[in-house]
Design a protein around this ligand. Structure first.
Ligand code: CTP
Length: 410
């Protein structure tokens, strides 16, 4: 981890109930040696007093673009910052920053900086899950902002769900990480990720499918792009895929189309992440016409599809890291470990889809990471973006270990 001694951090605080936790973040940054300049929005001042930050931070609180003592404060703050952290970041801040609006000192400072930006969203679950908010976060992440949280937990008013501000220690860790340059550790790498469930047609109308939403695969794509990778995202839900720079989306429907796309793209990829739920069997032949009820229950004969992950395990290029997923309902570790070996993957991301708030269509997940060297890590319930971060951290580690063994450096 980096050292914050002497680093200039602008701490932006917006008007959400979690603003009181920014006080703790401020204190931790100062304790770690940083010079903290607090910028509070008008909304933030309704939740916490300027005097609190005046007492704890390294400079007086600033709230306005129109300060006579201190002309053009946003350029001074933005240009002088080593990093900016916005904690909490409300839906409005995310929207303004995404669209380049600079109506107040904080948004103007964000536009006037080239320093890394850490955004810590916090809001009610309904707001966090709005497509508009999710899209803003994806775009900002793809432009290089480090998104920390939100966590799942108790929210204002007693509700439970995703939207709680990340822990202050995690926020300070993220500031250290971006300052250490760790934010772009996939620069120059190509990441191939699959997402969603395949659909195997029975007739022109019906298909055999599964409950995968593509959310975990898409979160991996966004996280990899945010870390500097060129991302190829083969998705069965291309309309739900992130439409952001750095991610090329290839839409597919069936297991055969996914296999074709992956086999074509994998040789150029440094990492392949098989997050898609691929059908193991498909109907033999597709009926030309819609099957009619009057004809009675159809007999559908099935044949196996290609196991794409196993194929990748056999045909991998030197140094390539291959990650598989295992959605299980029983014997999580045994089943996942068996898949790891049988398919020749470097890492298996296993989740128990029967556990609350995990797996299909949820915005959260909880996984166990098993690697081919016998390593195991538990990632507790968190947003799919955070799960993606842990998966990529583990995959990067594996690549470094491979390289170290082969005496190579990157
Ligand atoms: N997978 C694949 N091609 C298939 C089936 C699965 O590439 N035809 C990949 C998935 O993308 C996932 C991993 O293999 O990364 C495990 O998928 P899963 O469906 O859990 O495993 P299966 O081998 O199909 O085993 P089972 O259905 O018996 O649990």
């Amino acid at each position: 981890m980096g050292d914050l001694t002497g680093r200039r951090i602008v701490l932006g605080v917006t008007g959400g109930i979690a603003a009181y936790k920014a006080v703790d973040v401020c204190r931790r940054l100062v304790d770690a040696g940083a010079h903290v300049a607090p910028v509070l929005t008008k909304g933030a001042l309704r939740f916490v007093g300027a005097a609190t930050f005046d007492a704890l931070a390294s400079e007086r609180v600033q709230t306005s673009l129109w300060d006579e003592q201190n002309p053009i404060p946003h350029t001074r703050l933005g240009q002088g910052a080593d990093a900016i952290v916005v904690c909490p970041a409300t839906a409005r801040l995310l929207s303004d920053y995404r669209s380049g609006r600079s109506g107040d000192l904080l948004t103007a400072t964000l536009l006037a900086t080239r320093a890394p930006v850490v955004l810590c969203p916090a809001m009610h679950t309904e707001m966090w899950e709005q497509p508009a908010v999710q899209e803003n976060v994806q775009v900002l992440a793809a432009r290089g902002a480090e998104i920390v949280g939100p966590d799942v937990g108790r929210l204002a008013g007693g509700d439970m769900g995703a939207g709680r501000l990340a822990a202050p220690s995690a926020i300070v860790d993220a500031v250290e990480r971006v300052l250490a340059g760790g934010g772009r550790d996939l620069e120059g790498r190509t990441v191939l990720v699959t997402a969603g469930g395949t659909r195997e047609p029975i007739c022109p109308v019906r298909y055999i499918g599964n409950r995968s939403s593509g959310k975990q695969g898409h979160a991996l794509a966004v996280e990899a792009a945010a870390r500097g990778a060129k991302v190829l995202c083969v998705s069965t839900v291309p309309r739900g895929a992130p439409d952001v720079p750095g991610i090329e989306v290839v839409g597919v429907d069936t297991a055969a189309e996914m296999a074709e796309a992956v086999q074509r793209l994998a040789p150029g990829a440094d990492y392949v992440l098989m997050a898609a739920a691929v059908a193991d069997f498909r109907p033999v032949g597709v009926a030309d016409q819609k099957m009619k009820k009057a004809d009675g229950p159809p007999e559908i004969r099935l044949e196996p599809t290609t196991d794409i992950l196993a194929e990748l395990g056999r045909t991998r290029t030197p140094g390539q890291v291959i990650v598989g997923f295992a959605a299980e309902t029983t014997d999580l570790r045994q089943n996942a470990a068996a898949k790891l070996t049988a398919k020749g993957a470097d890492l298996i991301v296993a989740n128990d889809v029967t556990a609350p708030d995990t797996g299909f269509d949820h915005d959260t997940n909880a996984v166990v990471l098993l690697d081919a060297e016998g390593g195991e890590a538990v990632v507790p319930l968190a947003g799919k973006r955070q799960i993606a971060r842990a998966v990529l951290d583990a995959a990067i580690d594996i690549r470094h270990r491979h390289n170290a063994r082969n005496g190579e450096t990157e």
